[in-house]
Design a protein around this ligand. Sequence first.
Ligand SMILES: C[S@@+](CC[C@H](N)C(=O)[O-])C[C@H]1O[C@@H](n2cnc3c(N)ncnc32)[C@H](O)[C@@H]1O
Length: 258
Amino acid sequence: MTSSADLDTLVQRLRAAGCVFAEEEADVLLASAGDGAELERMVADRLAGVPLEHVVGWASFAGSRVPVRPGVFVPRRRTEHLLAVAVGLTRPGELVVDLCCGSGAIALALHAAVPDLRLHASDLQPEAVACAADTLAGIAAVHAGDLFDALPADLRGRVDVVVANVPYVPTAAVPLLPRDAREHVAPMTVDGGADGLAVLRRVAAEATDWLAPGGRLLSEVAEDQVPPALALLEASGLRARVCEDEELDAHVVVGRSV
Ligand SMILES: C[S@@+](CC[C@H](N)C(=O)[O-])C[C@H]1O[C@@H](n2cnc3c(N)ncnc32)[C@H](O)[C@@H]1O
């Protein structure tokens, strides 16, 4: 049982350490810790700058708790727009790949939203592959490897939807990310090369080989990356458009195989 004085003290400690949402974080920490000793360990980690989601071992995404492990990219609220676009473009029973799956948050939410999907997920980071494999057990086949190289060869030409939340932060902007997002995940989870589009460029170049006729490739980008991202999808032979969500400040490019 935690008194309101304990709660106030915890909120003050978190606020003093620079946590903007100190009240919400205090609630999450209190609800996650099994006892006082565990709470103190969690608070110490958080005060040392470890992301809240890594401290408690889960992130909230699309209304569910998604397990996240140290080093694994924490799914963002903004990415719920990518999920919403994917749900709108995916029919029951289709073959779907969550490429660059990280924790597996997108595949998990897609499974909950669209019935009977045949799901595959893949990532290059071993920690992400292990995390997603546990979370998606019985839901998706999880593969390790570089982009499409990770997938079973017999999926080539048969995939209905590729959802690829690839790293898209330009290399020069990585040091400007908030400390949480910079120091506790591997650079490969965020660094998208010189213009931020290097990974998407590679995905688009191979996508036409893996998509079925009429298949869709979906990827989140920053607002200023929309024109070059649409151009690179078109250059790869996909028919491209953008779906925006102003409230989430989210931009998703969609390429359709013709
Ligand atoms: C921005 S995170 C997105 C993770 C997850 N899809 C999400 O939305 O929370 C990008 C992911 O791409 C993975 N990644 C980076 N380069 C990759 C590559 N060449 N092949 C496969 N995965 C890669 C990273 O390990 C990371 O998990």
